[in-house]
Design a protein around this ligand. Structure first.
Ligand SMILES: *[C@@H]1O[C@H](CO)[C@@H](O)[C@H](O)[C@H]1NC(C)=O
Ligand SMILES: *[C@@H]1O[C@H](CO)[C@@H](O)[C@H](O)[C@H]1NC(C)=O
Ligand SMILES: *[C@@H]1O[C@H](CO)[C@@H](O)[C@H](O)[C@H]1NC(C)=O
Length: 344
């Protein structure tokens, strides 16, 4: 930058030119600082796609990305590129889940993986504020609508439990680990073996994050290929729901936090060294910025096309009235500093 500017001027600078040059340099420097410091907006192509709690995967045979979202038996959106255009192509379980709960038609907070030769979606059955919840699982050979088989219930919770059986997340690391839970006494993890719905360790399992009724949910454990660490992402704060008439106090809204650890089973620590099970802990990954309000419901995946780590999340447009829907945000993550940074 400096040498390019220098090559344009005379070697013996007139004082006025020198001042102007300093001003140009100062403003360029300010621009660079702003650029490095600012959180980039979501990549283009998905800002009109209404989702909650999105999860994403790629099928190399159909050469399509599949985004799964809360509601309507888990909505499916497809695109041939991360930049869209995204098409609503159907639902995982359009007739709801076989789980015997009255709330088994909506289905929430999907998690998608490729496990044992099948695309596998874990989903939640619940109603807002209830611990009468369950996590179920469905599989498909392709992820296309109409190809999904519901395998039904994996785990369930009731008001006497310390956890809520929602917000499933699977990591396949020396066997399947199912993380789940929110609010109440926090997020937990059990093993599954040998099948995708076979509980291999006792509930509630290992306490990973949250607790004391804290607004912390949507845990997601991820191991970047480029890092020795496992990262546990979660959403902290109040999520604005469609139809809500007010916003939480500034700073209390949804945001994405993270901790890291040496194992997929934790313990996970924030950058200040506090374990995620302690109060007020976790390192900020993504908060409100520009027109992005209350981002959360995140999931992370390695895009096999670009080889990059991708975060997908929902957010509300800051410029929209209260109660408006949330939209699909997609960004890349850079772990080279040792912690995830949202990048373009
Ligand atoms: C979103 O915008 C794109 C580009 O304008 C358009 O092709 C697509 O149909 C829109 N999708 C929805 C769900 O509105
Ligand atoms: C959903 O239910 C309708 C009506 O019973 C039926 O025709 C349809 O095949 C069902 N779809 C699936 C995917 O099971
Ligand atoms: C479903 O749950 C209800 C309420 O707990 C119970 O009465 C009913 O027997 C259950 N049905 C099945 C098929 O288990």
């Amino acid at each position: 930058m400096y040498s390019e500017l220098g090559s344009q001027g005379s070697h013996i600078l007139h004082p006025l030119r020198a001042i102007m040059k300093l001003r140009v340099l100062a403003s360029l420097f300010a621009l660079c600082v702003a650029f490095v410091g600012a959180t980039p907006n979501p990549i283009s192509g998905s800002d009109n796609i209404s989702v909650r709690d999105p999860a994403i995967w790629y099928n190399p045979d159909t050469r399509k990305y599949y985004v799964f979202s809360t509601d309507d038996g888990i909505k499916i959106f497809t695109a041939t590129a991360l930049t869209g255009p995204w098409t609503r192509s159907g639902s995982v379980l359009p007739n709801g889940s076989s789980i015997n709960l009255s709330s088994n038609q909506g289905l929430w907070a999907p998690d998608v993986n490729y496990i044992q030769g099948l695309y596998t979606v874990y989903y939640s059955v619940s109603i807002i504020g209830s611990q009468n919840s369950a996590i179920g699982v469905a599989t498909s050979p392709s992820m296309e609508p109409g190809t999904w088989t519901d395998l039904g219930q994996v785990i369930r919770s009731s008001p006497s439990d310390v956890f809520n059986a929602i917000d499933p997340n699977i990591i396949d690391d020396n066997g399947l680990k199912l993380s789940f839970g929110s609010y109440w006494q926090g997020m937990y993890q059990i093993g599954l073996w040998p099948g995708v719905k076979d509980q291999a360790s006792a509930l509630p399992g290992t306490h990973l994050a949250g607790g004391n009724g804290r607004a912390a949910e949507g845990g997601f454990v991820y191991k970047p290929a480029s890092s020795q660490y496992f990262f546990m992402f979660f959403s902290a704060g109040i999520t604005p729901l469609a139809g809500s008439t007010s916003r939480p106090a500034a700073g209390q809204e949804y945001k994405v936090l993270v901790g890291r650890g040496a194992s997929a089973m934790g313990p996970f620590y924030g950058q200040l060294g506090n374990q995620l099970t302690q109060d007020n802990t976790g390192t900020l990954v993504l908060g409100s910025h520009d027109n992005i309000y209350a981002p959360g419901g995140q999931s992370i995946f390695r895009d096999p096309v670009s080889g990059r780590d991708v975060i997908v999340y929902h957010y509300v447009r800051n410029s929209d009235p209260n109660g408006s829907p949330s939209y699909l945000g997609i960004n890349y993550l850079d772990f080279s500093s040792g912690w995830p940074v949202v990048v373009s």
